[in-house]
Design a protein around this ligand. Structure first.
Ligand code: IDP
Ligand code: MG
Length: 149
């Protein structure tokens, strides 16, 4: 069972898309095991986006991501990292496949609604940055045998 870190960015919260985005991940079959809201400081946002430090869009990215509250989540399931990324769609909504969250609800790369870990190492780092161990729950759903073989 793989875990991934997912964040609904401030535009998702402001536009009333929290329910819709969570619903898509739930319906896919992923299991929500941790969730909280946060309004990020620039310092915390810099830690989260450390790999992008120095890039031309970095300052704008920090403005965007600290502009309002976000919803931080941990989801788990078979291939959760890849499945969540494919459900989100490409970074630039203009390139995202129809039916993905970014294609269906966003227009611009700098307002693309959602973050998802891009690999196993990133997922572990991000989950540890955003959540304590006690904030991540372990449980089973009665429908799980209809989702997991
Ligand atoms: P990802 O979110 O799909 O993993 P990354 O390349 O890791 O994409 O970029 C992190 C975030 O930085 C993007 O989701 C987007 O919000 C922002 N970003 C990336 N490239 C650009 C750009 O060229 N202009 C503005 N914002 C960008
Ligand atoms: Mg990324």
């Amino acid at each position: 069972m793989e875990r991934t870190f997912i964040m609904i960015k401030p535009d998702g919260v402001q536009r009333g898309l929290v329910g819709e985005i969570i619903s898509r991940l739930e319906k896919r079959g992923l299991r929500l095991v941790g969730m909280k809201m946060m309004h990020l400081s620039r310092e915390f946002a810099t830690k989260h986006y450390a790999v992008h430090k120095g890039k031309p869009f970095f300052a704008g990215l920090l403005d965007y991501i600290t502009r309002g509250p976000v919803v931080a989540m941990v989801w788990e399931g078979t291939n959760a990292i890849e499945i969540a990324r494919r459900t989100m769609g490409a970074t630039n909504p203009a390139d995202a496949e129809p039916g993905t969250i970014r294609a269906d609800y966003a227009l611009e790369i700098g307002r693309n609604l959602i973050h998802g870990s891009d690999g196993a190492e990133t997922a572990a780092t991000e989950i540890a940055l955003w959540f304590s161990e006690e904030e991540i729950l372990s449980y089973e759903r009665s429908i799980d045998p209809w989702i997991y073989e």
